[in-house]
Design a protein around this ligand. Structure first.
Ligand code: NDP
Length: 408
């Protein structure tokens, strides 16, 4: 292993390092995204369809349970995360923040949140003096993450921020710096790092279960229903960046890194936006990238908002292959080893990922353990996303330093 490769390996293990980001190094489309993330205001939305609110109040389990304020009562918060707090050992919902009065009332009543712990975006600043709240969980559209994470640190709270961390590496660096200044924890909610199948896959790849890895292929796609940027933030550039890569393809990007265990040294990419489709006036329909690793392995990552659903990761080595399909879902993961040790793998219940992620955050807050998915990991991933867009924009291969910054 040469010096650069060792640096790349260390960078993967540590989730990257937080160094100052050179805006000059960011290509034109990424710079536009960085600017886009400022100045967008949060607005309350209607209760998503199909939300089931709890009929009994959750019980707090431990005296040192971390009180978390949930910011943004949308589909993911209400359908996936909020119900999981009751399955954790060490967290509870201490407050909610929403732009919708109706949601504050209905969700607050259902989860037993006292009326004076229900905040609007305008009253959020008062949370600083609310001692029931130890930490803030940001589940807002991505373009709002940076500003609200920085506000949460200004309020003196620890932060769990949904993926992707932000829309630009410059914003990620600002978020990390704000956390350091406040001396508070910052964790990115990359749930697959707490999901048994993905953890088993990382272990197997570390044990060279398929020999030397030569190829990694990932795809995260689905077909988005007709919509437009004013109706759906996921198609609005200021809130979603380039679209499916940040929202869904990030799972493939993450798995390529943690399965290969190496940072790419170069990336080439294509992004496509069909004309006259209101879904894709501001974002891309498909993004495809090819990565080359210093070891000689290559990866191919595809993500789309306009093709039939799939979510897989495949790693092929000199002595076999690992196939995960679906790879990073909420539940129902399937995983198979092919080659000399052929078998279906069952690694436990994927649905534990949500509660385990929350408990890991609580352990970091209470016991000061290192965070498995820190802000530096989110920053590293945004650098790679920027490299993908830079290559797609210029049609050139982008060469990368071991920390993911574009060279030259
Ligand atoms: P939703 O659109 O369902 O909810 C977003 C919520 O943010 C809204 O309900 C609203 O809450 C609030 N909000 C504030 N301003 C705006 C605005 N201008 N436009 C839209 N919503 C606004 O999104 P999701 O819950 O699906 O996603 C939220 C975050 O969670 C994103 O960062 C996404 O990437 C991440 N996510 C993570 C997943 C994972 O598996 N880890 C899965 C899905 C999403 P209110 O009405 O209360 O103000």
């Amino acid at each position: 292993m040469d010096g650069i490769e060792m640096t790349r390996r260390r960078f993967i293990d540590a989730g990257g390092t937080a160094a100052a980001v050179s805006l000059a190094a960011i290509a034109a489309p990424a710079a536009a995204l960085a600017q886009a993330s400022g100045g967008v205001r949060p607005t309350g939305q209607l209760m998503p369809d199909g939300v089931k609110l709890p009929s009994t109040l959750p019980v707090r389990k431990r005296a040192d349970s971390v009180g978390i304020a949930v910011v943004g009562l949308g589909g993911y918060a209400l359908n996936q995360m909020m119900p999981r707090f009751a399955q954790t050992e060490r967290t509870h919902i201490a407050a909610i923040v929403s732009g919708s009065r109706d949601k504050l009332r209905r969700v607050g009543d259902a989860y037993g949140i006292p009326p004076d712990a229900r905040y609007s975006y305008d009253t959020f600043g008062k949370i600083a003096s609310d001692d029931r709240v130890d930490a803030i969980y940001i589940v807002l559209p991505t373009g709002l993450h940076a500003e609200w994470v920085i506000r949460a640190f200004a309020a003196g709270k620890h932060v769990l921020c949904e993926k992707p961390m932000a829309l630009s590496s410059a914003d990620c660096a600002r978020m990390i710096a704000a956390g350091r200044r406040a001396n508070r924890k910052l964790m990115i909610a990359y749930r697959s790092h707490f999901e048994p199948y993905n953890l088993e896959a990382m272990k197997l790849m570390g044990q060279r279960a398929i020999g030397d890895i030569r190829l990694v292929r990932t795809e995260q796609s689905y077909r988005m229903a007709p919509t437009s940027p004013s109706e759906n933030w996921r198609t609005n550039r200021a809130l979603a960046g380039g679209g499916s890569l940040e929202d869904y393809g990030i799972y493939g990007l993450q798995s390529a890194l943690y399965l290969k265990g190496e940072m790419p040294e170069s990336i080439s990419a294509t992004a496509f936006r069909p004309p006259n489709d209101p879904r894709f006036t501001e974002i891309f329909a498909h993004v495809s990238s090819q990565w080359r690793f210093p070891s000689g392995a290559v990866a191919q990552l595809v993500t789309s908002y306009d093709s039939a659903s799939t979510n897989f990761a495949q790693v092929r080595g000199t002595a076999g292959a690992l196939i995960m399909d679906p790879a990073t879902s909420y539940a129902g993961q399937k995983m198979r080893l092919e080659g000399r040790d052929e078998r279906e793998l069952t690694s436990g219940d994927p649905s534990v990922q949500f509660a385990r992620q929350l408990d890991h955050f609580a352990d970091a807050v209470r016991d000061n353990i290192p965070i498995r998915t820190p802000g530096e990991m989110g920053l590293r991933d945004l650098r790679l996303i920027e490299a993908i867009y830079a290559s797609a924009e210029t049609g050139r291969t982008v060469r990368l330093a071991p920390d993911g910054r574009m060279r030259g």
